[in-house]
Write a new protein. Sequence first.
Length: 158
Amino acid sequence: MAGTPLFGGALMASKKFKIAMTGDRELDAKLKAIAAEEGSRSINKEMRGATREAARDIVRPLVLSQVPFDTGFLESQLTVKSIKRSRSKLGSSVGFREDLFRGDTFYAGFHEYGYHTRDGGVVYGDSFLRRPLYDSEGKIRSHVVNRVKRWAGRLKGK
């Protein structure tokens, strides 16, 4: 996978975190009422929008500031994409137009994960894609929850 998903069942990197929409009784009640009236599609649509916005506004600028810079090609290929949906996950990722270790951005995978040299040495990766995500977990969580709360409040008022 080209980047690191923000929301849903799992991150495709070595570390995982989930955003669970539980614990806020008011929000849970609103979401249950919306799901009963309109189905879960509208909730999923709002969640996809919220995670895309968080990826674009919180994670992408941090990744851009940490991308290894030589010609600027990696920066120009950085994008926010939706991850493949399933029943248990949805969200967005910050990555490259092509997957790591493929195409013109092949070398980005070596910067991210590191590599072994011919003489047996090790060059450690700098995690420029994963680190901004993990460091921003709290901001992402609060952004997504607050946006969904605002959206649910507007719908409830209809």
